[in-house]
Design a protein around this ligand. Structure first.
Ligand SMILES: [Fe+2]
Ligand SMILES: [Fe+2]
Length: 218
């Protein structure tokens, strides 16, 4: 299969999955009442740090220069998001945790960190994880607006979200250039699907602790 056609197929698969998650998000929005922006921003710090660590690790251990450009850029952006969220938490009167990853990394982090080939890393990280970020953050922005927190909604809509969308696009373009063989396509598809499956499980777990799935993702 031609690489662009292959990637378009993966994107369609993700959209179908996200449409289902979107319906769940709407239902939860009606059901919830106790969740607050500060708690969700605290969880977002974990996600940003994990994304930055992965991108930085891959930047240093991936040979292809066009991949290193994507990972290096992403690493810097995610750390910047981390800082912006810390600043916002302080504005809201909450001191951010000194080390949000003190309790350890998520199962998704361990899975994606174990990926060896560049197409797998790109498929799991910028391509799939950042696509999840776009959907989750859209739900989070809507939640902030419903709760009357316009400043947090603006931070996400104007600064963080456009960069998460860029990370996904850079990952997609890389896969379009490099997934030219059946073996590369198989590896990329498996990594993207596993990432989506683990992320879905994690948001189900998050729902148990926070009462909702609209956790912002980096
Ligand atoms: Fe990102
Ligand atoms: Fe981010």
């Amino acid at each position: 299969m031609e690489s662009r056609e292959f990637v378009a197929g993966l994107v369609a698969e993700m959209r179908a999955l996200f449409a289902r998650l979107g319906e769940q998000g709407a239902l939860e929005a009606e059901a919830q009442g106790s969740v607050d922006v500060v708690t969700l921003l605290g969880l977002a710090l974990r996600s940003e740090l994990e994304a930055a660590e992965l991108a930085g690790f891959w930047m240093a251990t991936t040979p292809e220069i066009d991949a290193r450009l994507v990972f290096g850029r992403q690493c810097g952006d995610e750390m910047q998001h981390y800082q912006l969220i810390c600043d916002r938490l302080r504005e809201l009167g909450r001191e951010p945790e000194a080390d949000p990853l003190a309790a350890g990394f998520s199962p998704l982090y361990h899975y994606v960190k174990g990926l060896r080939s560049t197409v797998e890393r790109m498929a799991a990280g910028p391509f799939a994880r950042e696509a999840i970020a776009e959907v989750r953050n859209e739900q989070f922005i809507a939640l902030c607006e419903r709760l009357g927190d316009g400043a947090t909604a603006r931070l996400y809509r104007e600064v963080i979200q456009p960069e998460e969308i860029l990370h996904h696009r850079l990952g997609r373009e890389f896969l379009e250039r490099h997934c030219t063989t059946p073996a590369a396509q198989e590896a990329a598809a498996a990594a993207a699907r596993a990432t989506l499956a683990i992320a879905d499980e994690l948001s189900a777990l998050a729902e148990k602790s926070t009462g909702m799935r609209t956790i912002p993702v980096s």
